[in-house]
Write a protein of this length. Structure first.
Length: 331
């Protein structure tokens, strides 16, 4: 059985999850090929990638959102269409898609089944929490960016039958968790200068800021700025007092699993992160509307708080893959 596993390469969460999903698929005795598209990831996967494509990436800005101008410049539609046509999608018995647009559209154009295995599939469910303010354009983009025919979703809670709790990678499950004297920060859509300006106002705290914009580490008062690597980041989280991050999926889920205090800031104009914020608020996780000095009171309250949100995130990778492959062979 030939299986294509297509992974979104924008951001680090999809590739981090793939580190556990790929070995689980290989254990099913399938002929597995891997496709990765996107240009904004900081980590790699230790597996052979058959198709490495540019795809359609959202480019992180430095003011709390997506840089739409750079995203537009990178969105070479002629090249994207060529990539879509280049994938021999008909050669595969099963296509598993983690929010990856090239393979999804290749399947759609050739009327081939495509199985979503992603957080985005869960966000789009009518049973998953949504922000009070509607965003019809954002929802439309999320729905049509990587269209699939069958959905298996991951979310902070199992909101329905085909939505599962997060895949917590072995890197995280095997960590020794301690409580040091620092807070871990990952806000890739903000500039280092913006982060330093705000966090420097909270002087009694040591901040470890992982940067997407700087390759050289430096220190400023009580703040250290370091380039992001998988190893350094996970060990910083495991030994932290708490974690301040965007309202993505993997990092908040890992923070909850590690039983760390969590504070999230959703990206501006990013519908998925606004949905995540709504789900986390329902669970009791404190959130900020934006990362600005006017929210310093909330940040200080979070620093002073000792509230931990209890979750149960068992190992679910094999359960999902078994169910997905069984359905794929019968439809």
């Amino acid at each position: 059985m030939r299986v294509l596993y297509a992974i979104q390469g924008t951001g680090n969460g999809h590739l981090s999850r793939a580190r556990d999903v790929i070995p689980a698929l290989q254990n099913k005795n399938v002929n597995l090929d891997i496709l990765v598209s996107g240009t904004q990831a900081d980590i790699n996967i230790p597996h052979n990638i058959k198709y490495q494509l540019k795809g359609l990436s959202f480019i992180f800005g430095k003011k709390g959102g997506v840089n739409m101008w750079r995203t537009y410049l990178k969105a070479n539609t002629a090249r994207l269409q060529k990539e879509i046509r280049s994938i021999p999608i008909e050669d595969y018995d099963i296509v598993i898609n983690d929010f990856e647009p090239v393979s999804a559209w290749a399947c759609k154009l050739k009327n081939k089944k495509c199985f979503s295995f992603s957080h985005q599939a869960a966000v789009l469910s009518s049973n998953a929490p949504k922000p009070k303010k509607k965003d019809l354009l954002g929802k439309m983009i999320l729905k049509n960016y990587a269209p699939t025919t069958h959905q298996y979703g991951l979310h902070f809670k199992a909101y329905e039958e085909n939505i599962f709790t997060p895949i917590i990678r072995k890197d995280i499950r095997n960590l020794k968790v301690t409580k040091g004297n620092h807070y871990t920060v990952y806000l890739p859509s903000y500039s280092d200068e913006k982060i330093v300006k705000v966090l420097s106002k909270i002087k009694h705290v040591n901040w470890q800021v992982f940067s997407k914009h700087n390759k050289t580490p430096y220190y400023k008062d009580n703040i250290s700025i370091v380039p992001i690597t998988n190893e350094a980041f996970v060990h910083s989280m495991a030994s932290s007092k708490g974690i301040l991050c965007g309202a993505g999926f993997e990092t908040p889920a890992e923070a909850l699993y590690l039983k760390k205090k969590l504070l999230v800031v959703p990206m501006k104009g990013q519908y998925e992160q606004q949905c995540n914020r709504a789900a986390l608020k329902d669970m009791g996780v404190p959130t900020l509307k934006s990362f600005k000095e006017k929210h310093l009171d909330k940040m200080n309250s979070w620093v002073d708080s000792s509230k931990i949100i209890e979750v149960d995130y068992p190992e679910v990778t094999d359960v999902i893959i078994n169910k997905l492959l069984q359905e794929a062979m019968t439809v």
